[in-house]
Design a protein. Structure first.
Length: 68
């Protein structure tokens, strides 16, 4: 499926925003008195960060290709 440069740029902006929020969530859980209590939430947030980071990099590659 082909996407416009604008669609890819907007998707990247949204992913950047979500990544920022997820990173803040991880910091919050890790700063809690008993972070082990939040192990499943931390694992989920970290896995989402990894997935969104990959998606962001792939979108950036596509944007770079379109820019040529």
């Amino acid at each position: 499926m082909d996407y416009t440069r604008e669609e890819l740029a907007e998707a990247k902006r949204q992913i950047d925003s979500t990544l920022h929020k997820l990173r803040q969530t991880v910091k919050t859980f890790e700063a809690k008195e008993d972070p082990a209590r939040y192990k499943s939430q931390l694992t989920l947030a970290k896995r989402r960060i990894e997935a969104f980071t990959i998606a962001n990099e792939l979108i950036q590659r596509e944007l770079d290709t379109l820019g040529r």
